[in-house]
Design a protein around this ligand. Structure first.
Ligand SMILES: [Zn+2]
Length: 288
């Protein structure tokens, strides 16, 4: 009898400790981290490798990242070739974490000869990311699965509302005006989903200084195709595109945010803020 009482006491002491254990999750970059935060709430410890304003394409992992990955139970990645630096990091950390590809199930678009990684720019695709993250968290921490599922549903409802917001806003722009030039080709999924044409400047690399011939080609392209607006990005040099706008009369539409969130004081501290920011920039440039 005494033994039974002691055992019960012991179980009572262990149970709350066990329930209080939070899942260690690593997200590769800020947009995924926002999805994970919305699903995981305060039942996870979340680490983001490429934080606000960082460039996930060219990230060089810090030694501290290996430690963070070694401690993680889940590593959430975009996939589609975005995090080329990650497999080596996971291997060198000797991590037993499960790597979860959030874009799993999305039909990949092409960017040149590779997969286009920027699927999060389509809100319906972002919902696939969130559903995948919800399932992975629930499987990794069954005690918290109900909470993760209800948080997933609540966030998916918000994304449904956001998707309607995007469609309503773009519906006000005349169909023939839904065309823009952008230097960084990150809006393929957005374009396919919402019927806006994103046109890359012809023959211009975003990595090298364009030649006089490049500039002439773009000016011709803007004039002959009657493209009403050009857009900049938070990670591209904007001097070239401003000059082109000045010479053609096309409207410079501000900055579209593609590959990472901003800090709290910036225009896009969350994914929903980012999409709203981009929609505002697009509609104010095209709804002339
Ligand atoms: Zn990108």
């Amino acid at each position: 009898m005494l033994r039974l009482v002691l055992l019960s006491l012991l179980l009572l002491m262990i149970a709350p400790l066990h329930a209080a254990e939070r899942l260690n999750v690593v997200a590769s970059f800020s947009i995924l981290a926002d999805f994970v935060r919305n699903v995981g709430g305060d039942r996870i410890n979340l680490t983001t490798l490429v934080g606000a304003d960082g460039d996930v394409h060219v990230y060089t992992p810090a030694p501290s990242d290996a430690k963070r990955i070694a401690d993680a139970k889940l590593v959430i990645v975009n996939g589609l070739g975005l995090e080329g630096w990650l497999p080596r990091l996971v291997q060198s950390a000797g991590s037993k974490a499960m790597v979860v590809t959030a874009s799993s199930g999305i039909a990949p678009l092409k960017l040149g000869s590779n997969a286009d990684p920027h699927a999060w720019q389509s809100v319906p695709d972002a919902k696939i990311y969130v559903a995948n993250i919800g399932k992975a968290l629930a499987a990794a921490a069954p005690d918290d699965a109900d909470g993760f599922r209800s948080r997933t549903r609540a966030y998916l409802d918000k994304l449904d509302a956001l998707d309607r917001e995007v469609r309503d806003a773009l519906a006000k722009i005349p169909a023939e005006k839904r065309r823009v030039i952008s230097t960084h080709n990150a809006f393929g999924y957005f374009a396919a989903e919402y019927g806006i044409q994103f046109i890359a400047p012809l023959g211009v690399s975003t990595e090298t200084e364009p030649s006089a011939r490049d500039i002439a080609a773009i000016i011709t392209q803007l004039r002959t195709q009657k493209i009403p607006a050009v857009f900049l990005e938070n990670i591209s040099d904007d001097r070239l595109i401003r000059r082109i706008a000045a010479e053609t009369g096309a409207k410079v539409g501000g900055t579209l945010i593609s590959d990472g969130l901003t800090g709290e004081k910036g225009p896009a501290p969350t994914y929903i803020d980012m999409v709203r920011h981009n929609i505002k920039a697009l509609t104010s440039a095209l709804d002339q």
